[in-house]
Design a binder for this molecule. Structure first.
Ligand code: AMP
Ligand code: GLY
Length: 442
């Protein structure tokens, strides 16, 4: 059993780690943007290059002849790598280009949900040309100045600007909308939702949908949810596979929406979605809404859930590609996890620490260490890159224990790196619960 893993960092290190626990003992052929030390250790071959250089990836694939391919990051999925792999006869865990528009096009995602699950979307409108009067009227009157402007293609998580956070005035919002239209031909303007965000990822094969534990991410760079947005500074899952601020009905509805979305994709695109469907939700006053969909595992979300997977990831991937996915193939331990990302001190503002040396203590039994943007030199010394360095995961019987394990490990890492000490702590979680109580008073 040979598997091709298309990778960019810690998310794929976690995927490789879960694959390596399989009784099928797969041989891994990894293609990655960097010489990731985690993937290097777990792979028979590690090829370094651009994941958008499809002829190069296909060349390696044709030589290696894998039985299965898994594509981790958004760019190659959005660009249609799964179409090429499938055309070459390689069963692939990642949606084809047309289906991946659920992530790569904000307007496709909104229009699809509006058509099939209308009560899951906020008020929105797609503008394909810059009409200042119309735009101003929509933002100021229809949305009463509470709005979000979304660039209509992949932009490394930086295409969304929210009023009151990134956009101080309506003029700034209109200016950004104009930039989006000039660059991408269209822009999505939508209602700003107030509530608490969470994610629900599912394994999907057509209309077969099996969910993972619910997760909360922390996108802001600094403690207390302040500072610029990042790819995600850390995440947690709870032992009951729900989250402390969610009502049972919220989780049930998120699960239902992922199912309905898989069905909608089949109807709209005429072919089955095969891969990971990542629903980004927000619990609001009167239920839940979809913030976005991703067509892949999250980073760091994969770092939380994959260490809990006690069944065989290789069998799950085979079932996804064969259309034989069933509940019994997917089992997660009932434990809590807290992931804290170590990043260079100046991330995401500058890359001043790039190349600096970082060293890790031995990994305790209940912790996991997944390498992100980090390079190992000839002497085996590790150097940080400009992006997120490594995800540290604590696994415990409850959130308090998992948080303590992750935090203690983070504090022992030597080098110019930082992390958010507040992620997974009782005080931050109580803030989320308190916010839900404010927006949903009894
Ligand atoms: P996205 O790339 O669509 O996930 O957007 C990035 C972030 O922008 C989300 O995680 C939210 O924090 C915020 N965001 C996106 N859409 C909305 C919305 N309609 N209301 C409030 N915040 C939003
Ligand atoms: N952690 C957010 C993402 O992977 O998109």
């Amino acid at each position: 059993m040979k598997i091709l893993l298309v990778a960019s960092g810690a998310r794929e290190h976690a995927i490789a780690d879960a694959l390596s626990r399989s009784p099928q003992k797969p041989e891994l052929i990894s293609v990655c943007t960097t010489k990731n030390p985690g993937l290097k250790r777990l792979s028979a071959e590690l090829h370094v290059g651009s994941l958008l250089d499809f002829p190069w990836v296909m060349d390696i694939t044709k030589k290696a002849k894998p039985d299965l391919a898994i594509v981790g990051p958004d760019d190659p999925i959005g660009g249609g790598l799964a179409d090429l792999l499938e055309a070459a006869g390689i069963p692939t865990v990642a949606p084809k280009k047309s289906l991946a528009r659920i992530e790569s096009s904000k307007s496709f995602a909104r229009d699809l949900l509006q058509k099939f699950i209308p009560d899951s979307v906020p008020k929105y409108r797609v503008f394909t040309s810059y009409e200042p009067k119309e735009l101003n009227k929509y933002i100021a009157q229809e949305l009463q100045g509470n709005y979000v402007v979304k660039y209509d293609a992949l932009r490394g998580g930086k295409g969304v600007k929210v009023s009151g956070e990134h956009l101080a005035t309506i003029e700034e919002g209109m200016q950004y909308a104009r930039e989006c239209i000039d660059e991408g031909g269209r822009v999505v303007i939508e209602e700003k939702l107030i509530g608490v965000e969470f994610s629900l990822l599912s394994f999907v094969s057509g209309t077969q949908v099996i969910d993972m534990p619910a997760i909360q991410d922390h996108k802001r760079a600094y403690a207390g949810d302040t500072g610029p947005n990042t790819g995600g500074m850390g995440t947690y899952t709870d032992a009951n596979h729900s989250l402390p601020f969610l009502a049972a009905s919220d989780l049930a509805r998120a699960k239902e929406i992922n199912r309905l979305t898989a069905q909608a994709l089949l109807k709209e695109c005429g072919e089955p979605y095969r891969g990971i469907l990542y629903g980004g939700f927000i619990a609001v006053k009167d239920g839940i809404r979809v913030i976005e969909y991703n067509a892949r595992f999250g980073d760091p979300e994969a770092l939380n859930v994959l260490p809990l997977l006690s069944s065989d990831l290789v069998s799950i991937c085979q079932a996804i590609t064969q259309g034989t996915l069933t509940e019994d193939l997917v089992q997660f331990e009932h434990k809590a996890t807290v992931c804290k990302y170590l990043t260079p001190e100046s991330y995401p503002v500058s890359k001043d620490q790039k190349g600096a040396v970082v060293s890790f203590p031995p990994v305790p039994k209940n912790a996991r260490l997944f390498f992100g943007d980090i390079a190992e030199d000839e002497q085996g010394i590790l150097h940080v890159g400009g992006s997120r360095t490594a995800g540290i995961v604590g696994v415990g019987t409850d959130l308090a224990e998992a948080e303590k394990i992750a935090e203690e490990f983070c504090r022992q890492v030597k080098g110019p790196v930082r992390h958010r000490a507040d992620i997974g702590t009782a005080s931050l979680i109580h803030q989320r619960i308190a916010l839900m109580q404010t927006i949903r008073p009894r």
